[in-house]
Design a protein around this ligand. Structure first.
Ligand SMILES: Nc1ncnc2c1ncn2[C@@H]1O[C@H](COP(=O)(O)OP(=O)(O)OP(=O)(O)O)[C@@H](O)[C@H]1O
Length: 270
């Protein structure tokens, strides 16, 4: 089992910095109030996880995050019997804990998970809001304080990993994308400490490289990589070195494409 789990305590967490692109904060809050599950779609590193931690902290809710992968099965979310000191005891998984205690459960890249996960999510994401635990014989009713948020990147999607309509249509969905230039400059500057006037050319370059997605590149430069790049420059690396390490090398292993990316970078940031 390879769960990347993090939890923040209610009321205690600082609200992580988040610059909204539109009405997503209001939507989250309304979905929360009306007990509706939320689906976030968008490319890697564009702010989905930051958004969820921002909103959970803002609403004073505990957050558990699970990074889904192709080996993640329903039992990894619900729980299982484990041997402890000679006894077999039931141990709740992160989803069950969130349903019992309330709070936001965020399943990142949910399409990666095994198919049996959908079976668990369905009764929890329609008006029943229940989590049947076959193994313990319990049926948990989600309290008003429970909210399920899932995300996926439609860009990675292949037909085998697409969410079924019957799953998709249980969620209110928000589409995320990279922010407009001025907002992205503000984010990258705030996150890295690099002055906006030095960040602006990096964002220009990122926007240019994003146009190569689907042609030479599988994915465009994420806001996350831009923050890395600006942080390296702020710490003293030359822009050229930082761009190579944070905006070219992570994008592709193909030497010809890397050469093309370096040429584009050289034309924008000599
Ligand atoms: N709107 C935003 N406000 C503040 N910071 C942002 C915003 N969008 C992106 N970021 C920055 O970009 C980084 C990456 O965002 P995040 O981890 O939320 O991406 P993600 O969409 O969840 O990616 P993945 O799908 O790969 O998990 C954040 O750590 C943060 O520094």
């Amino acid at each position: 089992m390879n769960l990347h789990l993090s939890a923040t305590a209610p009321g205690k967490a600082l609200v992580p910095h988040y610059i909204p692109a539109g009405n997503e904060c209001e939507l989250f809050e309304l979905a929360w109030k009306r007990k509706l599950p939320l689906l976030l779609k968008g490319p890697t590193g564009c702010g989905k996880t930051r958004f969820v931690s921002h909103m959970a902290a803002r609403l004073g809710l505990p957050l558990s995050t699970v990074s889904c992968h192709d080996d993640l099965a329903a039992a990894d979310l619900t729980g299982r019997y484990l041997l402890k000191g000679g006894d077999t005891v039931w141990v709740d998984g992160p989803l069950t804990r969130a349903v019992r205690n309330g709070g936001v459960c965020y399943l990142d890249e949910v399409v990666e998970a095994r198919k049996d996960v959908a079976v668990v999510l369905h009764p929890l994401t329609d008006d029943r809001r229940i989590l049947p635990l076959e193994r313990t014989g319990e049926t948990l009713e989600a309290p008003a304080e429970f909210m399920l948020v899932v995300s996926y990147n439609p860009g990675y999607q292949n037909i085998l990993k697409a969410l079924k309509p019957s799953t998709k249509q249980r969620f209110v969905a928000i589409e995320f994308d990279f922010l407009p230039k001025e907002q992205e400059i503000a984010i990258v500057s705030a996150e890295s400490g690099l002055e906006e006037r030095h960040v602006a050319p990096l964002v220009n370059l990122a926007q240019r490289l994003r146009t190569m997605k689907g042609h030479d590149l599988e994915e465009g430069v994420s806001t996350r990589l831009l923050v890395y790049c600006a942080s390296l420059i702020e710490s003293g690396l030359t822009p050229r070195e930082a761009i190579s390490a944070a905006m070219i090398e992570p994008l592709t292993d193909d030497p010809d494409v890397r050469l093309a990316l370096r040429e584009v970078a050289g034309a924008i940031i000599p």
